[in-house]
Design a protein around this ligand. Structure first.
Ligand code: DX5
Ligand code: ZN
Length: 226
């Protein structure tokens, strides 16, 4: 069973991704997320190797931890995540998600994350089949199904990935498991209903949240009336 079956947030919920915010105005962006009623803040860490883009490291996560009580959903798009996982947990990650494609000893890293009392998330890119992470589903708290190829905000959702979410929901039920399912990429007012209907628990949205004045409507659409 997953280590934190009582993951306390209520679902479905929207997790705005800071990637699409103005990086010179990070504190203001965090305030915007808090005021919107979104329940989780998604932080994208990119290393320029696993994905062709660079963002920020543990110091940014720690500085954000200091200014908000929101759960921090840290999405590591980095090679060899085991080398710096502790730094992100020290920085205050509430959920630490790494990519199955970037790590050989997945089970070992999940155990290390749980030993620190942090929720462990496992992410898969669009070309990775669900079957490749099936052995880990008993142990993880979160399965992040990428709905675009990771690396950049503002891309269009790949419809095939929604089928993968449906399969994950079916498998979870069949096996009596309780990991949460998250999607990331291409979430907006048009795609969010299908994703919620498919059974997604956490919908990450970057450009549709920070690039639009309709962000509160998107939050409501996903989370329902508060
Ligand atoms: C992309 C990142 C996402 C990104 C999503 O690799 O993991 O979290 O912010 O951006 P949108 O919502 O604009 O597709
Ligand atoms: Zn992300």
């Amino acid at each position: 069973m997953c280590y934190y079956p009582d993951m306390k947030y209520s679902f479905p919920c929207l997790a705005p991704s800071l990637l699409s915010a103005d990086f010179t105005q990070v504190a203001e962006a965090v305030t915007l997320v808090e005021r919107s009623g979104a329940r989780i803040l998604h932080l994208d860490v990119m290393d320029g190797h696993f994905v062709p883009n660079l963002t920020f490291g543990p110091k940014m996560v720690a500085d954000i931890r200091d200014i908000t009580g929101l759960p921090l959903d840290v999405h590591l798009m980095i090679e060899e995540p085991e080398r710096s996982a502790d730094a992100y947990m020290d920085a205050g990650a509430s959920i630490l998600t790494f990519h199955a494609e970037a790590c050989v000893h997945i089970h070992r890293l999940v155990e290390r994350i749980h030993a620190r009392g942090v929720h462990a998330g496992l992410a898969i890119v669009p070309s990775t089949p669900l079957s490749s992470v099936e052995p880990m589903l008993d142990d993880i708290d979160l399965l992040l199904v990428m709905t675009v190829n990771p690396g950049f905000g503002g891309q269009t959702l790949i419809p095939l990935c929604v089928d993968k979410i449906r399969s994950a929901v079916r498998l979870r039920k069949q096996r009596g498991l309780d990991f949460r399912i998250e999607c990331d990429g291409g979430v907006n007012e048009t795609t969010s209903s299908e994703l919620v209907d498919a059974g997604t628990d956490i919908l990450v949205a970057g450009s549709a949240f920070f690039g639009s004045d309709a962000r509160d409507r998107l939050v409501q659409q996903v989370q329902g009336e508060e």
